[in-house]
Design a protein around this ligand. Structure first.
Ligand code: GDG
Length: 461
């Protein structure tokens, strides 16, 4: 079995035991590394005032964790700039928020080249390299020009946009050309894959053949769909155990038999949080029986707080939730509990389990793991209902959810009412089909499917 090298913006903690906060993806990647031996390479999360140093290395068992710091200029241009103020908004269809600047693009190119330069000496000829996400679209091209011949795979965790959106990016062609230096490109959904293929045919003048084969920019590679999953069994077990925990008991006591609607999202404009609060407001207006009887718990850990659009969304969300509470709250009941902090996965799993409704309404989302975690956490006897945006990748697999259009806040309110009043048998049937889907395609299956495809798909060049 060849050694595995994982490259991702942030690297899992260099610990032998599983840190409590670690998500399913980090656990799955670590397990793959443990099985094969290898290197996990990425940014340390530190920003240095001075210039670069050599990577910090930590060995735990057969895994080497290699991390590099960024200097302030590269953090600003590459991370805050091109990755999170250009690619992230654009790939989430927010052309209005995407910033285009030669300076940040140069920073992105610089950091991709620098990472490749630092990674190359750590590689062996027989390694398999798996690069993650939009931060590193240029990495394979950089590695190839330095002479790397290893198998190189790339998985995009976020959506791939439709051609007219991508075409607005001045450097779209450079990015797609660089992506074609990988041997395998993985997308979350067929729709993402079709959009990529559409670009290859119509914009790049390339060919899309059988079995995911792509011929473009003088290169041959494969592009396929690999919908990511969660650590279903572990999360389900955690939810069962957590049900009796102090925190979950405290939550239930505070609810006093009221129904709970739960939302869990990073504070991000792609997650549709304001529309979600407005939909809940519609619910209280249109179906007044819910007043005093339903609580909406929205857990929203802050993220990317130094990007100004994230500061704006936070203010807007605080104002909207405050307005709804001000309008509807009574002295013994508040409709929205808006929490700007994070919880351990164990506590989150328990909160999901005691919720009547999981509310997941992104405007665009590569997959959305929260939707799958909500399903994993339910009890088979008395499962909650998932209300899910059609624009989350997860909607392709979770056909037992009540699928909504997050732009249609009145429609979301109607589905919320349907969820809150759904008979037990219908809830069980819907949940069964969803649980089946998340159990079959869990994060381990996803990982192995990708690595198998990368192993099989030799470079035809
Ligand atoms: C990107 C793509 C794609 C949330 N709050 C807390 C917490 N979380 C955990 C959730 C979940 C994860 O964070 C979030 O994953 P999502 O998939 O929902 O969203 P993104 O962060 O945007 O992830 C997305 C994903 O990559 C994987 O490919 O699905 O589309 O955008 O696991 O539970 N975890 C803890 N405390 C919290 O308060 N411990």
């Amino acid at each position: 079995m060849s050694r595995l090298v994982v490259v991702s913006n942030r690297v899992g903690a260099a610990k032998s035991s599983r840190p409590a906060s670690e998500g399913g993806l980090a656990v799955a990647l670590r397990a793959a590394l443990q099985e094969r031996g290898g290197v996990w390479f990425g940014w340390s999360g530190k920003v240095l005032a001075s210039d670069y140093e050599t990577p910090s290395m930590a060995e735990v068992g057969n895994i080497t964790y290699a991390t590099i710091d960024l200097n302030q200029r590269d953090y600003d241009d590459y991370y805050k700039g091109f990755a999170n103020s250009t690619l992230w908004p654009l790939f989430h269809y927010r052309l209005d928020l995407a910033e285009f600047s030669r300076k940040t693009w140069a920073g992105y190119q610089r950091v991709n080249a620098h990472f490749a330069h630092r990674l190359q000496p750590l590689l062996r000829d027989t390694d398999t390299i798996w690069v993650h996400d939009y931060h590193f679209t240029l990495l394979a091209e950089n590695l190839r020009s330095a002479g790397c011949k290893q198998k190189l795979g790339f998985f995009l965790h976020i959506p791939w946009p439709a051609l007219p959106i991508l075409a607005a990016l001045p450097m779209h062609s450079e990015i797609v050309k660089a992506l074609c230096a990988f041997d395998l490109l993985g997308f979350q959904t067929d729709e993402d894959l079709w959009c990529f293929q559409d670009y290859i045919r119509r914009e790049a003048g390339g060919e899309v053949g059988k079995n995911g084969i792509i011929k473009a920019f003088g290169r041959v590679l494969r592009a396929k769909t690999f919908p990511i999953g969660v650590d279903t069994e572990v999360f389900a077990k955690m939810a069962t155990e957590s049900e009796g925990s102090k925190q979950v008991e405290r939550l239930q006591k505070s609810l006093n038999n009221r129904d709970l609607i739960i939302g869990v999202d990073r504070l991000d404009y792609s997650k549709g949080l304001i529309n979600r609060v407005e939909a809940f407001e519609h619910l209280l207006t249109t179906y007044p029986d819910n007043r005093g009887n339903v609580v909406f718990l929205q857990i929203t850990p802050p993220s990317r707080g130094d990007v100004s659009d994230y500061v704006d969304i936070r203010h807007e969300l605080e104002a909207t939730a405050g307005r709804v509470n001000g309008t509807f709250a009574e002295y013994d009941w508040g409709p929205i509990r808006y929490l700007n902090k994070s919880f351990s996965r164990r506590v989150l799993a328990g909160f999901h389990r005691v919720s009547k409704v999981g509310l997941v309404t992104p405007f665009r989302d590569g997959m959305n793991l929260v939707a799958k975690e909500f399903v994993a956490a339910q009890s088979s006897e008395d499962p909650g209902v998932l209300v899910l945006s059609r624009f989350a990748g997860a909607a392709r697999e979770l056909d037992g959810a009540l699928i909504v259009n997050p732009y249609d806040t009145e429609g979301v309110a109607e589905r919320l009412q349907e969820a809150l009043t759904m008979p037990l048998k219908a809830r069980q049937d819907r949940w069964q089909s969803m649980y089946q889907a998340v159990a079959v395609n869990d994060v381990t299956t996803w990982r192995e499917n990708f690595l198998q495809a990368l192993k099989r798909g030799g470079r035809a060049r």
